[in-house]
Design a protein around this ligand. Structure first.
Ligand SMILES: *[C@@H]1O[C@H](CO)[C@@H](O)[C@H](O)[C@H]1NC(C)=O
Ligand SMILES: *[C@@H]1O[C@H](CO)[C@@H](O)[C@H](O)[C@H]1NC(C)=O
Ligand SMILES: *[C@@H]1O[C@H](CO)[C@@H](O)[C@H](O)[C@H]1NC(C)=O
Ligand SMILES: *[C@@H]1O[C@H](CO)[C@@H](O)[C@H](O)[C@H]1NC(C)=O
Ligand SMILES: *[C@@H]1O[C@H](CO)[C@@H](O)[C@H](O)[C@H]1NC(C)=O
Ligand SMILES: *[C@@H]1O[C@H](CO)[C@@H](O)[C@H](O)[C@H]1NC(C)=O
Ligand SMILES: *[C@@H]1O[C@H](CO)[C@@H](O)[C@H](O)[C@H]1NC(C)=O
Length: 495
């Protein structure tokens, strides 16, 4: 399984990945419909037309976390879904996990032709910051995965932005992880520069936790090092349920809370399903209103496909060949088509200042303003590129940098035993998908902690998923890019 996976990865690299290997920033998708989006002040703008850009989107990960597949690497999936996106009238999708070893050229071109942008989460279940041991999970192997995903996508003009993390801070006792999220933001932005790529916006998608929602926003947008500050902030917000209103939902208070925030904010997930029957999506009228446009730049509905958590707009047939549009779909389409963007620039501003860094406070805000240095071994990627993309098979959360790697050949045999999920609850279950399904659902703004329903989200930042990726056949852990270089050498000899 290991060998097969590696050979497949190598093949797909030879096939496609090399196109972007040199940091080329050319137009691999050139469509006037999707000229690059840039950030100016607290809003997005189309770099060609200079029109303000509002995200009208859906979150997209057919299969969810129980059957995690890269939807942008499968042409049949793209042919099935992209026409539906167009019919729905959206301009952006968010994808939570891709396989950086696969070829995305065709799907990215199809999206571009359809006028659709991509917001991409950079992590995979196995390669992400762990809430339980953030320091250990922040290592050079992890960054190799992150940078290789940048390599695979930076060439496309219709990449609107990258999320460096999703709901890593998902409670009152996980604020310490913010330090590592911010370090990843910094490393990604420095990598984009070092490789000569377009300065694609790098952001974070936050869980809506009452006790720290503002602190997270401020922390990630503060400090002297511009590279360590995010370029955009997504909030996963399920506070508008059913036929709510601007004030009842709490949207009005959020606008007040975030007003003066100096970078674009948008709803990276919305669409409360605590309703009888279908979701009316009347929040669309509020989101694209003058009142909100001063602070928010649109949002993405959670989510395209109906999975076990019942948030879907369409039902995908068992054989995957077709989709059936659900009532939610028709409701959303009606709202998107009847609500236009605010006139002019929507009252955006370029004159707001970056945020003040929140001070350390035990039990409230435990993120350190001194970020960890990038692991030394990762600097080589800045000069040479990330090297071979290793796909979704790798698990890097327990690879601490103070553990010396063996030489590349011997690590082949030793890797299988190094996995240790340090999670408390769910790691006991070998088929982790079932434990995911029981995770909490959004409950509006009544609870002190509104955790997201996003199964994928949970998976992406939780170390329990070492086991889930293993159950997909990735039982072996590849510990170093060196290993891959060695395999490539062998491969070249075979060729
Ligand atoms: C990319 O395409 C745009 C619009 O078609 C064009 O203005 C720009 O010069 C192109 N960039 C490169 C690097 O070819
Ligand atoms: C998982 O997704 C793939 C690709 O969409 C599909 O072919 C496969 O049938 C799915 N597996 C399950 C168990 O649903
Ligand atoms: C945070 O607290 C909750 C509830 O007490 C606990 O289940 C969870 O494991 C804690 N998380 C971490 C990362 O300590
Ligand atoms: C949401 O919050 C607003 C303002 O804080 C409050 O008036 C409203 O009752 C809340 N709605 C729900 C459903 O709890
Ligand atoms: C969505 O999927 C869930 C779980 O499979 C199912 O119970 C529900 O009926 C589906 N929703 C719709 C509207 O078909
Ligand atoms: C913050 O991080 C720095 C460097 O890692 C460390 O020296 C310092 O003790 C940390 N401070 C706190 C309050 O954790
Ligand atoms: C895995 O981690 C747990 C908790 O830190 C520890 O008790 C256990 O000894 C570790 N197992 C291995 C094989 O390293």
């Amino acid at each position: 399984m290991l060998w097969k996976g590696l050979v497949l990865s190598a093949l797909s690299v030879l096939n496609s990945g090399m196109i972007f290997a040199n940091g080329a920033s050319g137009n691999s998708t050139s469509s006037s419909f999707t000229s690059a989006i840039k950030v100016s002040g607290n809003a997005f703008f189309n770099s060609k037309t200079n029109e303000r850009f509002y995200i009208r989107g859906v979150d997209y990960q057919p299969g969810g976390s129980s059957n995690l597949t890269d939807p942008l690497a499968d042409i049949d999936t793209c042919k099935r879904d992209i026409p539906v996106f167009q019919d729905l009238g959206i301009n952006t999708i968010r994808v939570y996990t891709v396989d950086n070893s696969l070829d995305h050229t065709k799907c990215m071109q199809m999206l571009s032709d359809a006028g659709i942008y991509l917001i991409l989460d950079i992590n995979t279940p196995g390669a992400s910051i762990s809430r339980y041991d953030p320091a250990c999970s922040y290592n050079a192997d992890y960054l190799q995965s992150v940078f290789a995903t940048i390599d695979a996508f930076a060439g496309y003009d219709n990449v609107l932005g990258f999320f460096a993390g999703n709901e890593v801070i998902n409670s009152e006792n996980t604020t310490n992880t913010a330090t590592y999220v911010k370090a990843v933001v910094r490393d990604m932005k420095k990598y984009l520069k070092a490789r000569g790529y377009r300065q694609i916006p790098v952001g974070y998608s936050a869980a809506d936790i009452v006790s720290n929602r503002l602190l997270v926003a401020e922390y990630l947008n503060c400090g002297d090092d511009a590279d360590a500050r995010i370029d955009m902030f997504g909030v996963n917000d399920y506070s508008w349920c059913g036929d709510s209103s601007y004030t009842v939902s709490g949207y009005a208070e959020k606008v007040k809370l975030y007003s003066g925030y100096s970078i674009p904010i948008f709803l990276s997930e919305f669409g409360c399903n605590k309703v009888v029957g279908s979701r009316p999506f009347t929040e669309i009228q509020a989101i694209y209103s003058d009142s909100m446009a001063k602070v928010f730049s649109g949002g993405l509905v959670y989510e395209y496909s109906n999975e076990t958590n019942n948030y879907g707009l369409v039902q995908i047939s068992d054989d995957g060949a077709s989709v059936t549009k659900l009532t939610d779909y028709y409701n959303l389409k009606k709202e998107y088509s009847s609500v236009s963007n605010p006139e002019g620039d929507g009252g955006y501003s370029t004159s707001y200042s970056i945020s003040e860094c929140p001070t350390y406070s035990k039990g409230v805000w435990e993120a350190n303003n001194t970020l960890p240095e990038m692991p030394a071994a990762a600097s080589a990627y800045f000069t040479d590129g990330a090297g071979e993309p290793l796909g979704t098979l790798i698990s890097t959360q327990n690879m601490c940098d103070d553990v010396e790697d063996d030489d590349s050949v011997s690590s082949l045999s030793s890797v299988a035993s190094t996995s240790n999920t340090t999670t408390s609850s769910s790691s006991s279950s070998s088929s982790s998908s079932s434990s995911q399904v029981t995770s909490s659902t959004p409950t509006g703004n009544t609870t002190s902690q509104t955790t997201s329903k996003s199964l994928v989200s949970k998976q992406v930042s939780s170390s329990s998923h070492a086991s889930s990726s293993k159950s997909k056949g990735a039982g072996n852990i590849i510990s170093t890019p060196l290993l891959f270089q060695w395999i490539q050498k062998v491969w070249n000899i075979i060729l």
